[in-house]
Design a protein around this ligand. Structure first.
Ligand SMILES: Nc1ncnc2c1ncn2[C@@H]1O[C@H](COP(=O)(O)OP(=O)(O)OP(=O)(O)O)[C@@H](O)[C@H]1O
Ligand SMILES: [Mg+2]
Ligand SMILES: [Zn+2]
Length: 508
């Protein structure tokens, strides 16, 4: 009998439909599987055989033919097992031939168990788009799929369960639609109310969050750089449903979602070590998996000890930072992953850590400082809209009784600044000030007359480059959005200029 059933394959972030055809002929006992790479075929065959025997089914005496279509698309992974199993059971007349539009994904494990696979969220989205009504997924992936509206999700633990269900005993109940409860975990543990004093750095973080600006934190050891950076996600706007979907999708493909954490509902904070490989950072592998920059999608990528990162590692970041997506080419095809993140980096001001510090004398030579700084290439430094100097905390501030402002309060101001930006840029393909294309700067970063004059003077005084001038204007736009100003005012300009400390500290 000829049977056909649906499954979904993944390449990178892209799900594609796969049909599994099965037929049993008279003849020598043989199991032919086409449409998978050689090694995959052998393993899949063994797993299907073992799953069948777990429910007491012996393979038929004849020749079994399984084909995965389309043939010209490379298929990898083990997620087709379940559909192969179902198609075979249909061809053997054990399961009904006619079924409503159903999709099966999952890897078969020992004794008929069904093991989790990557990318279930994308798979469910595709299945719904293609008009399927039900998707059967491994139990541990059920909540991911249940986030997608418009398709019924069944989480399946064993093939036995599935068989009973498919012959009409309805042993499975559909997974209830999953809505994540609001932010918890991270924002409960980290909060700006733990950061004492540091008024300038705090306002810098708020300004950066308000416009989505990349920031470089510069300060002596122990001054609180990591502490501030860690808390950045807690003052960024809450994730929208769309963002939750996008980021969770990346994590789903990377195999990082679990039954306990079926969705990413907090903006990610990724802090790769400076020894990270190119593939670890940007993504890679023979079946390309997302790298740190994509795991930071819609969140923060933090490069601690920026000067320790090799030039070649930092170079990898440049293009994806601009494009907000990364393309990984392999012989098997090209995968594209999103990577729209805020870049935060931290560094000491010099090798000994105390250049410019009021606390301790720097022991470095000019040459050492120069070498240290020039390890970070100019084009890389250029990616930071803001430089935030962090001075060591004076004792009075550390011991002050007053409780500092909490992340929730700061986040409210950030959100209202972001709302202004979203309205202003609606339909233009970008949504915050950091993303304003150079050509639109004059239109969106208008200054009032006083600000215009002041900016001109500062431009000359600080020997700004045209590039720096543009960054200052974008940041000033964010200050204006925080302050509720239609046009950029003097106050907004001077706030933005405050955060170009690096230029004046080293480059003049
Ligand atoms: N403003 C502050 N308020 C309260 N505690 C602080 C503050 N700044 C620093 N600390 C304390 O000092 C510790 C060290 O800070 P942190 O690790 O953020 O410094 P750092 O600048 O990243 O240092 P390093 O250069 O060594 O990485 C923090 O864990 C925190 O306990
Ligand atoms: Mg640190
Ligand atoms: Zn020094």
């Amino acid at each position: 009998m000829f049977a056909i059933t649906n499954s979904v394959g993944m390449f990178g972030m892209n799900a594609f439909p796969v049909t599994v055809e099965a037929e049993v002929f008279k003849g020598h006992p043989q199991f032919d599987l086409s449409g998978l790479p050689d090694t995959g075929i052998k393993e899949s065959r063994d797993r299907v055989r073992s799953a069948a025997s777990s429910v007491g089914i012996q393979f038929p005496k004849g020749r079994i033919l399984i084909n995965l279509a389309p043939a010209d698309v490379k298929k990898t992974g083990s997620s087709f097992d379940l559909a192969i199993f179902v198609a075979l059971m249909q061809a053997m007349d054990i399961l009904p031939l006619r079924m409503p539009e159903r999709v099966f994904v999952g890897e078969l494990g020992l004794h008929g168990t069904i093991r989790g696979v990557r990318g279930v969220m994308s798979m469910a989205m595709l299945a719904r788009k293609n008009g399927c009504q039900e998707i059967y997924v491994p139990k541990e992936n059920a909540r991911e799929a249940a986030f997608i509206d418009g398709i019924k999700t069944y989480g399946v633990g064993t093939v036995e369960e599935l068989m009973f269900h498919l012959v009409g005993e309805e042993t499975l109940t559909p997974e209830p639609h999953y809505e994540p409860e609001g932010s918890r975990t991270l924002s409960e543990m980290l909060d700006f109310c733990d950061v004492r004093g540091q008024f300038k750095a705090r306002s810098g973080m708020e300004l950066a969050a308000a416009g989505g600006h990349n920031i470089l934190l510069i300060g002596t050891p122990g001054s609180g750089k990591s502490m501030l950076a860690n808390r950045l996600p807690t003052i960024l706007p809450k994730m929208t449903k769309e963002e939750i979907l996008e980021t969770s999708n990346v994590y789903s493909v990377a195999g990082l979602l679990t039954a306990e954490r079926p969705l990413v509902t907090e903006r990610p904070f990724r802090s790769p070590h400076h020894t990270i490989s190119a593939a670890g950072l940007a993504g890679g592998g023979s079946i390309p998996t997302p790298g740190e920059i994509s795991l930071a999608h819609n969140g923060v990528l933090f490069l601690d000890e920026l000067a320790e990162f090799s030039r070649s590692t930092l170079e990898i970041l440049r293009q994806p930072l601009e494009a907000r997506k990364v393309t990984i080419s392999r012989v098997s095809g090209t995968a594209e992953y999103p990577c729209s993140f805020m870049l935060a980096a931290a560094m000491n001001p010099c090798p000994c850590g105390y250049y410019g510090s009021p606390l301790k004398k720097c022991t470095c030579t000019q040459k050492q400082i120069h070498n240290y700084i020039s390890r970070i290439s100019g084009p890389m430094l250029d990616r930071f809209d803001m430089h935030i100097d962090i001075d060591p905390l004076p004792y009075e501030e550390l011991s002050a009784k007053e409780k500092p402002e909490s992340s929730a309060v700061i986040r409210e101001r950030v959100e209202s600044a972001r709302n202004r930006q979203e309205k202003r840029y609606a339909g233009l393909g970008f949504y915050n000030n950091a993303m304003i294309p150079d050509g639109l700067l004059d239109e969106f970063c208008q200054m009032d007359d006083d600000a215009e004059r002041m900016f001109g003077k500062m431009y000359q005084y600080y020997h700004m480059s045209a590039r720096t001038g543009m960054r200052v204007r974008k940041v000033a736009r964010s200050a204006a959005d925080l302050h509720g100003n239609e046009k950029i005012s003097c106050e907004d300009i001077s706030m933005a200029v405050q955060f170009r400390g690096f230029d004046s500290k080293y480059l003049r």
